[in-house]
Design a protein around this ligand. Structure first.
Ligand SMILES: [Zn+2]
Length: 165
């Protein structure tokens, strides 16, 4: 699943279409909502495919703000802080093996996930957590990157307004 963002009156190819899968879209939209809530406010539904969006003037204003953030290093700073925050989150229990590291249900037994992991071959152990019993926090699946903001700013500037579908 993803967010397909369509330019309404694109002035160049880059403004026609922007796509992030849901994992990438959420942190990008959150960045915009946190740092520029007023510029983003005409679009109420940043987190759904309901066709909400901004008009041409609003899109340019947001592009200007994002480009200023990129130039000042604010996006890089946010990215670094975001990564540190995610890395500091506690690991989560693995529900496939009840945190034992060994998966003893039918599928686990059929694939040998019920045997301890062999470090030499990498075989065995729960396939949900590599036999560790815990997994990365779910938030680790939502990446944020400066380059993604740069791409979205370029899209915004040339979009002529957009809708999120
Ligand atoms: Zn597991």
């Amino acid at each position: 699943m993803g967010m397909d963002v369509y330019g309404e009156a694109a002035t160049s190819e880059v403004g026609e279409y922007f796509r992030n899968n849901v994992w990438w879209w959420r942190p990008l939209a959150d960045y915009i909502l946190r740092t520029h809530p007023e510029l983003a406010s005409s679009c109420a539904e940043w987190h759904s495919n309901s066709g909400d969006g901004l008009n041409a003037a609003e899109s340019i204003a947001l592009a200007d703000a994002l480009d200023a953030d990129l130039a000042s290093g604010a996006v890089d700073a946010y990215s670094t802080a975001y990564a540190a925050e995610v890395a500091a989150l506690p690991r989560e229990a693995c529900n496939l093996c009840n945190s034992t590291g060994l998966r003893t249900d039918e599928i686990g037994v059929a694939h040998g996930y019920d045997k301890p992991r062999d470090p030499a071959t990498g075989r065995g152990g729960c396939n949900g957590c590599a036999g560790v019993g815990t997994r990365e926090h779910w938030a680790a699946s939502y990446p944020f990157a400066t380059e993604n903001v740069r791409e979205f700013a370029a899209f915004l500037r040339a979009s002529g307004g957009f809708k999120i579908l």
